[in-house]
Design a protein around this ligand. Structure first.
Ligand code: IMP
Length: 428
């Protein structure tokens, strides 16, 4: 039995979707623990591309239990759209999908508030995905949120909505001079969603813990990445949830003693979408080249991702706050053909060398990366399935990452398709 948490080790978009999909083959269930439809997990099966935003990517395997946990924020309209789209493409979505009663609902006013907040921030905006994620989590922590379970009790739902709308409509008008929302319209809209989703709504903590007690193999799937975590990321340029490993416990109701492994997914270089500090960003044409070759455009918003070299300072920090037991390296092939590859080993700021990831944004923003250069390789590594076929320099790069981070690399992903990977140490 294994309960494996999969976490993005950087700023998200490391390729977790494919890794979760691959591991699900040997798992009985897969559960998503935080975030919402701000995430975009791309999986390619036999040349067919699936982009999942809220449903765990394990759904693409037949007969696996898929759970959307209490730590997730759910836009029901979007979830229904995703279910319908998957069904249209022949994927089974029925009794295999469970939605936690305690997950919070994204309401139309969350998106409206976020839009106005970002507009007012001007150049200091966070560059959110605009999906109401932050304001939904604000309501959760402020104890004013509506939860998925409320959909099953129309009178309770209506009463809570009425109270929320009376303050939200005032806020929208007074602060932003923006229009408000009509109680009856929102109520009717959400009761329609309740009809569609009621069959999926469940006590997911009971389901997942029962599976663990029965010695089933489970994958606990994080969205975004450690450096976007609300506590451990580059605050305030973060998302509003606990993307790092600890979030799996609170976001699913699984005790820390039940977790057997924590695997960090690391892209062979670094990307970031949205605003915020990024010390190893490559601002010249090479950054552009990596973006084009790696298809580095947001799976959710289509925004171009900023690209940079591998940042060992940030990765060491990520390993510490997650307690990774192993790593997966993705998109190594995107670096094919480079003469030299840079790895950032420390930062310099005001003449001071930083080997630890600075917590202060004002310091991190001014950090200059200190690089070590390693040899690149000319050969094409895309689709390689056997480590012996990797060019020597690529293998050296992998080994160097492993020794600098003092953490075992378990899988090297060499392409988008399921079977395009080198399995070094089977996680299950
Ligand atoms: P939010 O999650 O929409 O509130 O956006 C906050 C920050 O997290 C922004 O910089 C987004 O670009 C970033 N972000 C949110 N979800 C993802 C993701 O799945 N991949 C990469 N960045 C993300």
């Amino acid at each position: 039995m294994a309960v494996i948490v999969i976490v993005g080790a950087q700023w998200g978009d490391e390729g977790k979707g494919k890794i979760v999909d691959v591991l699900t083959e040997k798992a009985d269930g897969v559960a998503r623990y935080q975030g919402g439809h701000n995430a975009g997990h791309t999986v390619v099966i036999k040349n067919e591309k699936f982009v999942l935003h809220i449903i765990p990517s394990g759904i693409l395997h037949k007969g696996k239990t898929c759970i959307i946990g209490n730590g997730v924020v759910v836009d029901p309209a979007f979830l229904i759209e995703e279910i319908d789209e998957l069904k249209k493409r022949g994927i089974e979505v029925g009794e295999n999908l469970f939605l936690s009663k305690n997950a919070h609902l994204i309401m139309p006013y969350h998106t409206a508030i976020e839009r106005e907040q970002e507009r007012l921030k001007g150049s200091k905006k966070i560059g959110t995905t605009g999906r109401g994620i932050g304001p939904a989590y604000v309501d959760k922590i402020a104890r004013t949120g509506l939860r998925v379970g409320d959909l099953l009790y129309p009178e309770v739902f209506r009463e809570k909505l009425k109270i929320n709308l009376s303050s939200v409509n005032n806020l929208l008008k007074a602060l932003y001079n923006a229009g408000g929302f009509d109680l009856e319209n929102v109520y009717k809209e959400y009761m329609g969603y309740a009809d569609r989703l009621s069959g999926h709504i469940a006590d997911t903590d009971v389901i997942i813990n029962k599976m663990i007690d029965e010695n089933k193999n489970m994958v606990l799937e994080g969205a975004q990445g450690t450096l976007l975590d609300v506590d451990h990321g580059t605050y305030p340029y973060v998302t509003s949830s606990s993307a790092s490993a600890g979030g799996a416990c609170t976001g699913l109701g699984v005790g820390p003693t039940k977790i057997t492994k924590v695997i960090g997914v690391v892209k062979a270089y670094t990307t970031r979408v949205g605003e915020g500090p990024f010390p190893t960003e490559i601002k010249d044409s090479l950054g552009e080249k990596i973006r084009e070759k790696g298809g580095e455009y947001g799976a959710t918003t289509g925004r171009p991702r900023r690209c940079g070299w591998l940042d060992m300072v940030a990765l060491k920090y990520s390993i510490r706050v997650n307690g990774f037991t192993g790593l997966v390296i993705t998109k190594l092939d995107i670096l094919d053909g480079l003469e030299k590859i840079r790895m950032c080993t420390s930062y310099k700021c005001d003449g001071i060398l930083h080997e630890e990831f600075p917590k202060e944004l004002s310091v991190l923003e001014r950090c200059e990366p200190v690089y070590e250069e390693v040899a690149g390789w000319k050969e094409n590594t895309s689709g390689i399935k056997n480590f012996e076929k990797l060019p020597g320099a690529a293998w050296e790069y992998i080994r160097k990452i492993e020794s600098m981070l003092n953490t075992k690399i378990q899988i090297i992903s060499s392409g988008q398709k399921r079977d395009e990977l080198i399995m070094l140490h089977e996680p299950f």
